[in-house]
Design a protein around this ligand. Sequence first.
Ligand SMILES: *Cc1c(COP(=O)(O)O)cnc(C)c1O
Length: 399
Amino acid sequence: MLADRVKKIKPSATLAIDSKAKAMKASGIDVISFGVGEPDFDTPEYIKEAAVKAMKDGFTKYTAVGGIDSLKDAIREKLQRDNNLTYAREEIIVSCGAKHSLYNIAQALYGPGDEVIIPSPYWVSYPDQVLLNDATPVFVKTFEDDSFLIRPEALAAAITKKTKALILNSPSNPTGMLYDRASLEKIAELAVKHNFYVVSDEIYEKLVYDGAEHISVASFNSEIKARSIVVNGLSKSYAMTGWRIGYAAGPSDVIKAMTNIQSQSTSNPNSIAQKASVAALTGPQDFMSAMHAEFDARRKFLVGQLNTIEGMTCRMPAGAFYAFPNTSGIYGRKFGDRIIANSNDLALYLLEEANVALVHGAAFGDDNYIRLSYATSLDGIQRGVERIRETLGNLKDGR
Ligand SMILES: *Cc1c(COP(=O)(O)O)cnc(C)c1O
């Protein structure tokens, strides 16, 4: 008999679509994937060299559970430089990916009776991490017309005595939206007034476009900083998804609890990847501007194209590498006997009939949308969009 907690959760929908698309590819089908949430760039050479050096130097043993001092210091410098945030070593933990840091936070903070506010649409793992720790996710709907930013009055209405934390993700996966300073200040005020934590997932920090500014909510004042846990990692900004290095910065009591949890679960993150991450954070950063320019070109192209497809409308995302078009105009249409009634039907139809992989919005909490990652070549985007256009053109009005 399995434990009750596993009945509450489901496998990550984004990883599920990805494995289905990979299986189709393996069987010889030419699948174009907009499904994956990882950069299609290779890890820069200087980072790989640091890993090779670490191995040759014999840096292949257990390290301190919460990460080596040189990496903690590189992270502290990064937080100071990029986010105007000052942290001591004991306020930093390095984990096996940002997802692991988020899970450690969930274990350290959430328990039975606690409510955790999650703006919807949300990243797929937030609700399940809350559920795995017997707490209750409280969803607050956000709207396209508000650029998917949480309305302060909606947030205020969701706060109760049981509110333990708010999980913020800016820039957002899946919407690509970015919080501006004024909105974040209102959120910070509410967090301080009602004394709950803000878990700020800033993994897409480096991917903001059109000169927009990423702001860390923790940077406003010491009161909000004392209630913030900033989560970030190397996966997205350095094309290092497979290396599994992420980190969190926050109050020392929370970080200490997370470190204790880590000491009894995974122990330290990979020693070699830690050395590579020091090189990534302290080495030349010019690779990032090339990656950024490429993502920006794809973003403009993809969103422009999606808006020319009948039944779809797509806002221009300000960050990350996802387009999140509204597809509700397509629902109700038919392909033979098959009715496309929701985002899941649409994603399956496009996977089977167009061999295009993307993720249904319902997985992120909003059925009116689908998510397309543009972490794929411009040529692939071009061909994929044409397939989508053609395949949707075969649908007949069902009403
Ligand atoms: C990719 C992603 C993460 C996790 O990244 P890892 O460091 O690879 O674990 C966390 N949050 C969001 C929103 C992401 O898209």
